[in-house]
Design a protein around this ligand. Structure first.
Ligand code: FRU
Length: 322
């Protein structure tokens, strides 16, 4: 049988990324000319602008593929002027999209501002009117071809049903060796909490942990572990402080962050972290090793624009062999 695939389920969108000197003041017009050339210039400038494919599941599939995994994205692709852009871009990164429905809809789009001064990325997103995957979308997927399915926590009702389906299939067919992971990223959305008990690996963002009153990563994973299945691992990346995980036996492991020479582009850093973690865990590596690798890969990513330079940078640095 061909090498099993890892599937990421969620959204693809267009990211219009504006790299600026600093976050703009409201009601100003930031162009690409140097502030010196602009009379009364506010000392701000658009350093670069890129259109790229984005979305958490789409980004994670990209990084998994760049790390060498047989990766597939599963989500709705808008049918229209940008269909071939998405298909070609996925193809360039080696990500399979053969099962994705193509649906006539406006393209989900994010306008992103990346500030060189603060290293932040600010995202304004609209999902257009693209329907998300229906609850029964996985019924037509031959699950034996996969060993890992990762769900981005978006349309919760449907994600719940999809996970239930995969679990039921696993019980019926013990030969299905499939790990389920889920991501809770958005804070203050209590409906996301049902996801805690869905995956064997549960990723929560720093925002989610903080919205639940935690101020550090160790207490967050320790405090929230009880919400997961007893055998699950709960993982929380915490930006420049690194990441922590609480294991099935209640013990906590951590990793320091990896600092790039300079912070260039933090868009998709969390998605990169998740991808690198899954990449290691899928190979049977222990959680502490997965955390370390995920911090290295995510830290390397924030030092460059986009994801494509990652394989070469990681090869040159030798950091993956640590
Ligand atoms: C980064 C990202 C972007 C996208 C946004 C959607 O994590 O996936 O690519 O625009 O988040 O929330």
């Amino acid at each position: 049988m061909a090498e099993r695939r890892v599937m990421t389920v969620g959204m693809v969108c267009v990211d219009i990324i504006n790299y600026v000197v600093r976050f703009p003041d409201e009601d100003t017009d930031v162009g690409s000319k140097s502030p010196l050339e602009v009379p009364g210039g506010l000392g701000n400038r658009c350093l670069d602008q890129q259109w790229c494919r984005g979305g958490n599941a789409s980004n994670s599939a990209t990084v998994l593929s760049l790390l060498g995994a047989n990766a597939e994205f599963f989500g709705s692709i808008p049918q229209g002027d940008l269909t071939s852009f998405f298909e070609e871009d996925f193809r360039r990164d080696g990500v399979h999209v053969d099962r994705c429905p193509r649906l006539p809809a406006r393209t989900p789009t994010s306008c992103v501002i990346v500030s060189a001064a603060s290293g932040t990325r600010t995202i304004v997103h609209s999902n257009g009117d693209l329907p998300e995957l229906p609850a029964d979308a996985l019924r037509h997927v031959p699950l034996r071809e996969y060993d890992w399915i990762h769900f981005e926590g978006r349309n919760i009702a449907n994600v719940n049903k999809m996970v239930e389906y995969v679990r039921a299939e696993r019980e019926k067919n013990p030969e299905l060796k499939l790990t389920i992971s889920v991501e809770l990223e958005k804070a203050n959305r209590p409906e996301l909490d049902t996801l805690f008990s869905l995956g064997e690996v549960v990723f929560i963002s720093k925002d989610v942990a903080m919205s639940k009153g935690f101020t550090d990563m160790e207490s967050a994973v320790r405090g929230l572990k009880a919400r997961t299945l007893p055998r699950s691992v709960l993982i929380c990346p915490w930006g420049e402080l690194g990441a922590a995980a609480c294991l099935a036996d209640g013990s906590v492991v951590t990793s320091q962050a990896h600092r790039p020479p300079s912070v260039v582009d933090t868009v998709g850093a969390g998605d990169t972290f998740i991808a690198a973690c899954i990449w290691r865990l899928r190979r049977g590596d222990p959680v502490n090793r997965a955390l370390r690798t995920a911090c290295v890969v995510a830290g390397t990513k924030v030092g460059v624009k986009g994801f494509r330079p990652l394989p070469q940078l990681l090869k040159d640095s030798g950091l993956l062999h640590e």
